[in-house]
Design a protein around this ligand. Structure first.
Ligand SMILES: Cc1cc2nc3c(=O)[nH]c(=O)nc-3n(C[C@H](O)[C@H](O)[C@H](O)COP(=O)(O)O)c2cc1C
Length: 168
């Protein structure tokens, strides 16, 4: 059985709450859900599947707690691990919608980890997003500001895709 850890950066608590909702859907214990501001990247060692979540700030930037964590993660060998990424944003910031997800994707793709969790962008309204690569989102995008009513379905759809991709 693959061990899943969920890692989030969250400024006002939105991505944190989503991380715990995802944990329930994926059968992950709350003790395997981590705020990246409180742990070092070596915690990745205990997991086969790393689910990473960031909100987007500034103009398409990562949530601030991710920067130090990502720097440290560069020194870790992630071959053999699987990564899936989710994010919270605001569609009215239409040129950088959930771009932090794309930033995490670009940071972790060169590590040798298998990247999974692409998501269909149909049903979203945006002009540009750093997370929209080769015709699809590279992870799950959520807009709790304008469309919280869509979150439950999106979470369920993405979580079941993750479960089938990792063969859990
Ligand atoms: C100053 C500011 C800048 C933001 N910039 C973006 C952005 O570029 N793209 C986006 O999708 N959302 C942006 N957002 C929206 C946040 O990502 C969104 O509110 C998110 O749910 C916050 O999650 P958190 O509480 O987990 O940090 C911004 C919000 C604020 C207040």
């Amino acid at each position: 059985m693959k061990k899943i850890g969920i890692f989030f950066g969250s400024t006002t608590g939105t991505t944190q709450a989503i991380a715990h909702r995802l944990a329930k859907l994926l059968g992950v214990a709350d003790s395997d859900v981590y705020d990246v501001s409180t742990v070092a990247p070596s915690v990745f060692d205990g997991y086969d599947v790393l689910v990473l979540g960031s909100s987007t700030w500034g103009s398409g930037d990562l949530q601030e707690d991710w920067y130090d964590f990502v720097d440290g993660a560069g020194a870790i060998d992630l071959h053999g691990k699987t990564i899936a990424i989710f994010g919270c944003g605001d569609e009215t910031m239409s040129d950088t919608f959930c771009s932090a997800v794309g930033k995490l994707y670009e940071k972790f793709r060169p590590t040798g980890a298998e990247m999974i969790g692409a998501f269909d962008a149909d049903g979203y309204t945006f002009d540009n997003s750093g997370a929209f690569i080769d015709g699809a989102y590279v992870g799950l995008m959520l807009d709790e500001v304008n469309h919280p009513e869509l979150t439950d379905l999106r979470l369920r759809k993405w979580a079941s895709g993750i479960v089938s991709q990792i063969g859990a």
